[in-house]
Design a protein around this ligand. Structure first.
Ligand code: FES
Length: 165
């Protein structure tokens, strides 16, 4: 798909999303969530369209998108790995796991590996505290994850064609 047709697709999509939400109070956040749910990120070329649709300034929309780390400005990797940073997991060694993940993938949180395969994200409690440290990939939560187990998970991801969001 060319960049021009991709931008046209974004314009159509975001216009539909705006139309579905613009009458509700505080429509900006639901629109941003719907857009990221649909394509995995909030493209910069959609911000003026959203601003116009909601009668906001571009700066206001940009400010909200950048305030919330949840919103991505670039496409995510083919797989997303979330590492729990909440208290129970920290008590069981998740800080060391984070360091290992960053070093082994050569990314920080909210970044994607150079090959576009893996995006690393923080998460705050996966409801799996008794089996911490916890990691989630798609709908699957992994328990008692240490560096070795993390490497196994990454290796498994390299062997699967399933898209993980
Ligand atoms: S604190 Fe990590 S799963 Fe609850």
């Amino acid at each position: 798909m060319s960049e021009a047709s991709s931008q046209a697709d974004h314009a159509d999509l975001v216009s539909d999303i705006i139309a579905a939400h613009q009458d509700q109070p505080g429509a900006l956040l639901p629109i941003l969530h719907a857009l990221q749910d649909a394509i995995g990120y909030v493209p910069g070329d959609t911000l003026p369209i959203i601003a116009s649709g909601l009668n906001l300034s571009r700066a206001e929309v940009h400010g909200v998108v950048t305030f919330y780390h949840y919103f991505r400005s670039s496409p995510p990797g083919r797989h997303t790995i979330q590492i729990c940073r909440a208290e129970a997991c920290q008590a069981m060694g998740s800080r060391a796991l984070e360091e290992h993940a960053r070093r082994s993938l050569n990314v920080d949180f909210h970044q994607t590996t150079g090959d576009g395969e893996i995006t690393l994200l923080p998460v705050y409690c996966l409801g799996n505290c008794a089996c911490s440290p916890s990691v989630r990939v798609a709908d699957r939560v992994f328990s008692h994850v240490d560096a070795e187990r993390f490497d196994e998970i990454v290796k498994q991801l390299g062997n699967t064609a399933v898209e993980v969001k």
